[in-house]
Write a protein that binds this ligand. Structure first.
Ligand code: NAD
Length: 381
């Protein structure tokens, strides 16, 4: 293979991307829109069942706004593994068009085929959506009040090893090279999101996580740009950590309560946020936000659980994670009262009261019974 040409092509593509990044720096203002369009994407496996329940709850909480024409819900059914396999595309064109007509999206999990699966080699719909909609900030809150844990992670979502994940080069049978990219504007915008969030939510500290002592160019740039952005936020304390020791310190009960907002490149963020979610009861309990300047997508952080569907158990799948994503969506588009209501109802129904319990099996409630419980709880507030 002509690897020198492959390298040159990659550099050219990234230079074009860099120029676009420099120009795209104005975020959408939802207050200025006549109507906010919320797309509901069921996805695969247990996705349609749990997302339908979250949709029901959001429609109810925003019923006045829907009646007044300020909010519209649109259900997008085409992002299934069957349709994606048929089109041999991570997101079929017509579905992408529908998605781009919405302002924000609530998304169920989507299956990503593995090598040898019947679906062929289709890329992840999530990775494609992040690229297509330029969803550069992956925001994941993790809270365990009893243990003093209240963390918000800002994982950069478009760069690092993921920017060119499929473009690695086999130089020969024994030598493989992948590429990692970090840019100044790409880092600046995620750092700004993290510091703005800290400022607006009474947080006093932002921790930057890299491995800049070893990965000197890319992580070095990430750390340097974050520190530069920090200068605009004099009231916020900044510290920096290496990813290895940060992974250890999340387990240290004395140290971990000191972390508040964390900002980190894509791969470290991917790994650290799964570790963090485990403190809260596992990946099924957390929601996640993918935010860009023009679009935002909110989703459960677990997958499509195909085995539950094969065993006919999708009606028992837990909708809490996608509902927690719904809380973030409401807050993001400016409906904080409704977001607080839903968050409180989820805490009551899953922690303090637990009148109806989901087990994932027929000995527990169905997700529709659980949603009735959530709705009844919000009405009593
Ligand atoms: P998974 O999260 O789908 O399932 C692991 C196990 O967790 C399941 O067998 C089930 O027992 C349990 N579980 C998950 N969600 C649950 C829920 N809401 N209620 C009750 N139990 C639940 O992980 P996996 O098996 O590794 O992945 C399956 C597919 O999902 C893969 O194709 C993967 O690529 C995809 N995936 C998608 C996303 C996404 O769209 N954001 C994220 C992760 C995985």
């Amino acid at each position: 293979m002509d690897y020198q040409k492959a390298f040159a092509d990659i550099v050219s593509q990234q230079l074009v991307r860099l120029e676009k990044l420099k120009q795209d720096n104005v975020a959408i203002d939802y207050k200025k829109l006549d109507k906010i369009i919320i797309g509901i994407i069921g996805g695969d496996g247990i996705g349609p069942a749990i997302t339908a329940q979250a949709h029901r709850v959001l429609e109810e909480l925003l019923s006045d706004e829907v009646a007044e024409g300020k909010v519209e819900f649109r259900t997008i059914t085409g992002l299934t593994i069957e349709n994606r396999a048929k089109a041999q595309k991570a997101i079929p064109d017509s579905v992408l068009e529908e998605i781009k007509m919405c302002h924000v999206l609530l998304k169920g999990p989507t299956t990503t085929p593995r090598k040898g699966d019947i679906w062929g080699n289709i890329d992840s719909a999530n990775v494609e959506m992040r690229k297509q909609l330029d969803l550069f900030a992956n925001v994941r809150p993790v809270k365990v009040p009893d243990e003093g844990i209240d963390w918000t992670f800002f994982r950069e979502n478009t760069e690092c090893l993921y920017a060119m994940g499929g473009q690695g080069v086999d130089i020969n049978d024994d030598l493989a090279i992948d590429f990692r990219v970090i840019t100044t504007p790409g880092t600046r915008r995620i750092a700004k999101q993290a510091f703005e969030y800290a400022k607006n939510n009474d947080k006093t500290k932002v921790s930057i996580v890299t491995k800049a002592n070893i990965v000197k160019k890319t992580d070095g740039k990430f750390l340097e740009v974050c520190k530069e952005v920090a200068k605009d936020y004099p009231g916020i304390e900044v510290d920096d950590w290496y990813i290895d020791i940060m992974t250890a310190k999340l387990i240290d009960p004395n140290r971990r309560t000191q972390f508040q907002v964390l900002v980190l490149p894509n791969l470290y963020g991917d790994i650290l946020t799964d570790e963090a979610a485990e403190f809260q009861g596992g990946v099924g309990t957390a929601g996640s936000a993918n935010i860009g300047n023009k679009y935002a997508m909110f989703e459960a952080i677990h997958g499509s659980a195909p085995r539950m569907v094969e065993e006919g158990r999708e009606i028992y799948a837990d909708p809490c994670s996608v509902m927690r994503a719904g809380v973030m969506l409401l807050s993001h588009i400016g409906y904080q009262t409704q977001a607080d209501k839903l968050a409180k109802a989820l805490d009551i129904c899953t922690i303090t009261e637990r009148k109806i319990v989901l087990t994932g099996k027929p000995d527990g409630a169905t997700n529709s019974e659980f949603s009735d419980y959530i709705l009844a709880t919000t009405k009593n507030m």
